[in-house]
Design a protein around this ligand. Structure first.
Ligand code: ADP
Ligand code: ADP
Length: 222
């Protein structure tokens, strides 16, 4: 059974259609890239899974349940990190466990574990302002994973990084995904990034009904 399903989804802003007739099933634990030019509706599609935006018509299901708002079971990573600047790396990652009202010690154990997973052991007490872009994005990934979500949504997460850091982060993300196994949806306008990362690429065009093809490219993972 698909983890994420779009059934006859349409999305319009002020009566201007952005997406039409979207029927899409994303398998459990798959790594899908949404690929297309700027403005084609990739973020809109992702935001409907996240629960940040509601479809104008049709429905989005995650784990068989209709999405009706954000949920900790769907972790999100943005291009611009969106870290809490007044919180340390550890406190940023502990945020989800804190909202769950886990005991303080347990929050810290979880946060340390995920910071270690993204290679940031030893940087727990640093504030975002003293971290590089790649390190900030590692914190953001750790923060999303600390809720142990079943779905991880990433919107051009490496788009603000220099080419070399981006490559390192792509490799790290594959390593993390192979270990943690989430249903991962990753937005990019970079063909090479999609080919490197995804086991499935959903290609989107600029016309509203423009999900022209869903390429199951069956790429073996590196
Ligand atoms: P999006 O709206 O999809 O997030 P942006 O317009 O913010 O994309 O573009 C991010 C960066 O990528 C910008 O520097 C932009 O010039 C570049 N860019 C946008 N579209 C493409 C593309 N098709 N191929 C290569 N670079 C692109
Ligand atoms: P992409 O992520 O592929 O760059 P988006 O999903 O961000 O594309 O945007 C798709 C289209 O929807 C664009 O024309 C954009 O201007 C429009 N759009 C996105 N969000 C909103 C919004 N909140 N209100 C109005 N128009 C929007």
């Amino acid at each position: 059974p698909a983890k994420i399903s779009f059934r006859g989804v349409r999305k319009s802003y002020d009566n201007v259609p952005v997406l039409e007739r979207v029927d899409l099933d994303l398998a459990e634990n798959s790594f899908t890239c949404l690929l297309g030019p700027s403005g084609c509706g990739k973020s809109t599609l992702l935001n409907m899974i996240a629960g940040f935006a509601a479809p104008t018509a049709g429905e989005v299901l995650v784990g068989g349940r209709r999405v009706d708002g954000p949920d900790a079971d769907r972790g999100v990573v943005f291009q611009e990190y969106a870290l809490f600047p007044w919180r340390t790396a550890l406190q940023n990652v502990a945020f989800g466990p804190m909202l769950k009202r886990l005991p303080r010690r347990e929050q810290q154990v979880i946060a340390r574990k995920y910071l270690a997973l993204v290679g940031l052991s030893g940087h727990e007490d640093k504030y975002p302002s003293s971290l590089s872009g790649g390190m900030k994005q590692r914190v953001a990934i750790a923060r999303a994973l600390a809720n142990d979500p079943s779905v991880l949504l990433m919107d051009e997460p490496f788009g603000a990084l220099d080419a070399q850091t981006r490559e390192t982060m792509q490799e790290e993300l594959l390593r993390i995904w192979e270990r943690e196994r989430k249903t991962l949806v990753f937005v990019t306008h970079s063909i090479s990034e999609a080919i490197f990362l995804a086991d499935r690429i959903v290609v989107m065009g600029t016309r509203p009904g423009g999900i022209k093809e869903v390429l199951d490219n069956d790429l073996p993972h590196p």
